[in-house]
Write a new protein. Structure first.
Length: 85
């Protein structure tokens, strides 16, 4: 009987180790979440900047901060793939 307990322990240890390598959400869901987040960030930035700086500057700042969400997303994706070869 001890050998079956040892085998079960090995299987659970292997399952626990591989569960950390699985993604939490799919790439498609991640893109949808990032798209919604970047649009909300761009709108909030535009609402704050346009009254004080004008339309041109407000739109540029909102595009910058909305785009930075995508830069951070793809930067972390690149770092994650580089470190987990």
């Amino acid at each position: 009987m001890p050998s079956s307990k040892g085998q079960k322990a090995k299987k659970t240890a292997q399952t626990d180790a591989t569960s950390f390598n699985k993604p939490w959400i799919s790439m498609r869901t991640g893109h949808i979440i990032i798209a919604i987040t970047s649009l909300i960030m761009a709108m909030l930035t535009a609402i704050q900047v346009i009254p004080y700086r004008g339309w041109g500057s407000g739109i540029l700042w909102s595009l910058f901060f909305g785009g930075m969400i995508w830069v951070i997303f793809y930067g972390m994706l690149f770092i994650n793939r580089f470190l987990r070869r």
